[in-house]
Design a protein around this ligand. Structure first.
Ligand code: PMP
Length: 449
């Protein structure tokens, strides 16, 4: 039996409010979940078993009519909000014009325009080129390919607690075994995990943490074997870990001195989420390559590797590409996202959201000692939960809080190697009223622990 749902309301008409009208999950979600379990492998797990019918701005509506305040934005994808009118219009128009010809067969302007926009908005005052792909992991794979070709070296360095994807190479580059890697090996070789900067746990200055990272790379790998160092300016899945001041600058300097390509994986931290187009700008560092995906096209799948023209041109003709890579509909959506960021001045929204979240979370930390750390930048803020008075991870508290929040109409995401972090990465379109309401639910969840 099917239960196909025809949305009865234009998403733009969704009233921006939290509204719970059934048990969570409701009966229609439960029925869909039963169908899902029969045909979808358990490996594809969902954090919250409510099935979505439509969404707008920072509100997600499920098939039972429940409305959730979305503090996860589909893991940092819906940065400018669900069903943004300009994105819907641009993608719809392109859908009617043509959906695919394949850029490596017959090119089209949208691909070129996205590359121009990325060249303009990524840090660095030099000629840049971009290759477009379908997913974040594919962008990481291509960055490594290009860096290897450019340097003639094979080694890839990444940082502890990193997440770079689920393909074979990017699994090797990802830190956390469970659930991402366990049993899925063998993994790509010549990938080296160096210690990161994690101020809450290591207490090191940026300079000391960088010295530790560099010492590891020099002693355990050898700079002359390294093609690239790939870093997340703010670690995403790792738990919004913000490196100590000076850490990235020291790594950048070391990469330059040793001809190692410095790659900023901005797949989660980029595209205006932190109040700048790319989070690495907060650290005053100019990477050789910037990777973007997630928030760049309002939910349509597209990713970019943008880098110094000389590095990007190292690959021979035909060496880069892919059937759907740089799809015209996704490219049209990406262009609209850039336009919206500019015309609505969305770069200012990161600071507004941080201005609501950070003081409220710091105040909660005083009353709820389970909050060990409050950190992040812009609309990328996290709390790390611990056994009170210690640095010992408290994943149980995270599970209880995210479950409580879902029951009460707030979508909250966890993160972290130890599963003990709650990350807030709302859309930049979220109102201060909705943010405050979601914070009240969080406060209630902390009190209920
Ligand atoms: N890098 C980072 C920093 C990410 O956060 C992610 C996705 N969570 C990826 C790479 C992989 O992106 P995708 O899931 O689109 O392959």
């Amino acid at each position: 039996m099917t239960d196909t749902l025809a949305p009865t309301l234009d998403s733009a008409e969704i009233v921006p409010e939290r509204r719970i009208v059934t048990a969570i999950p409701g009966p229609r979600s439960q029925a869909l979940q039963a169908r899902r379990l029969a045909v979808i492998p358990v490996g594809v797990a969902s954090a919250i078993p409510v099935f979505v019918e439509r969404a707008h701005g920072a509100i997600v509506v499920d098939v039972d009519g429940n409305q959730f305040i979305d503090l996860g934005a589909g893991i940092g994808v819906m940065t400018i909000g669900h069903t943004d009118a300009a994105v819907v219009a641009a993608a719809s128009a392109q859908l009617a014009a043509f959906t695919h010809v394949m850029f490596t067969v017959t090119p089209y302007e949208g691909y070129v325009r996205v590359a121009e926009l990325l060249a303009e908005h990524t840090p660095g005052d030099f000629a840049k080129k971009t290759v477009l792909l379908n997913s974040g992991a594919e962008a990481v794979e291509n960055a490594v390919k290009i860096a290897r070709k450019f340097t003639g070296r094979t080694g890839v360095a990444v940082l502890d607690h990193a997440y770079h994807g689920r393909t074979n190479l990017t699994m090797a580059m990802t830190f956390k075994a469970m659930p991402y890697k366990l049993g899925f090996g063998p993994f790509a070789s010549d990938v080296h995990h160096a210690p990161n900067s994690y101020p809450f746990h290591d207490g090191l200055s940026g300079a000391d943490a960088a010295a530790r990272t560099i010492s590891y790379l020099e002693k355990s790998v050898g700079a002359s074997d390294l093609a690239c160092l790939v870093v997340e300016p703010i670690q995403g899945e790792g738990g919004f870990v913000v490196a100590a001041e000076g850490y990235f600058a020291a790594l950048r300097e070391w990469c330059t001195a040793n001809r190692v390509v410095f790659v900023a994986d901005e797949i989660q931290s980029g595209m205006a989420r932190t109040g700048k187009y790319f989070a690495i700008e907060h650290f005053g560092v100019v990477p050789d390559m910037v990777l973007s995906a997630k928030g760049i096209a309002g939910g349509l799948p597209i990713a970019g590797v943008t880098g110094r023209a000389d590095i990007m041109d190292a690959s021979h003709p035909g060496g880069l590409g892919g059937t759907f890579a740089g799809n015209p509909v996704a490219a049209a959506a990406a262009i609209a996202v850039f336009d919206e960021i500019e015309s609505k001045n969305l770069l200012a929204e990161g600071a507004r959201i941080e201005g609501v979240l950070r003081p409220a979370l710091l105040e909660m930390q005083k009353r709820h000692p389970v909050i060990g750390d409050v950190r992040g930048i812009g609309a990328m803020i996290a709390i790390e939960l611990v056994e009170p008075g210690t640095h010992t991870p408290n994943a149980a508290a995270v599970s209880a809080i995210t479950a409580f929040a879902a029951q009460n109409g707030v979508l909250l995401l966890s993160a972290g190697t130890y599963g003990n972090i709650i990350r807030f990465l709302p859309s930049l379109a979220i109102s201060t009223e909705l943010l405050n309401e979601a914070l009240q639910v969080l406060d209630d969840a902390l009190s209920a622990l």
